[in-house]
Design a protein around this ligand. Structure first.
Ligand SMILES: [Zn+2]
Length: 96
């Protein structure tokens, strides 16, 4: 496997960890039925702090990425997932 590909896969793993952190602080909510993420309390600052303490405790492995890059991922994941007000699948089911 090439280094670039490997780097991208590790970035995906970290993006998953970033989403987990956002859910833990409630910045994003996840649908219990579908796992879809949507807008929560918007506490991205709280997510940065929790992310840093999880890194310090070794619960998140950065695999060569920096803390700043991880914070960037938290911000990206928040922006990608916070536009929805509720789970898209649930909203669709209610309309049908
Ligand atoms: Zn749902």
């Amino acid at each position: 496997m090439g280094r670039a590909k490997e780097h991208m896969m590790m970035r995906d793993d970290l993006a998953g960890a970033a989403r987990g952190v956002l859910r833990q602080v409630g910045a994003l909510k996840a649908c219990e039925a579908h796992g879809d993420l949507y807008e929560g309390n918007g506490d991205v600052e709280g997510a940065y702090k929790l992310g840093n303490s999880l890194i310090t405790r070794g619960e998140i492995e950065l695999n060569g990425f920096t803390r700043a890059e991880f914070s960037e991922l938290i911000k990206d994941q928040f922006e990608e997932n916070s536009f929805a007000e509720s789970c898209g699948y649930c909203a669709k089911n209610m309309r049908d």
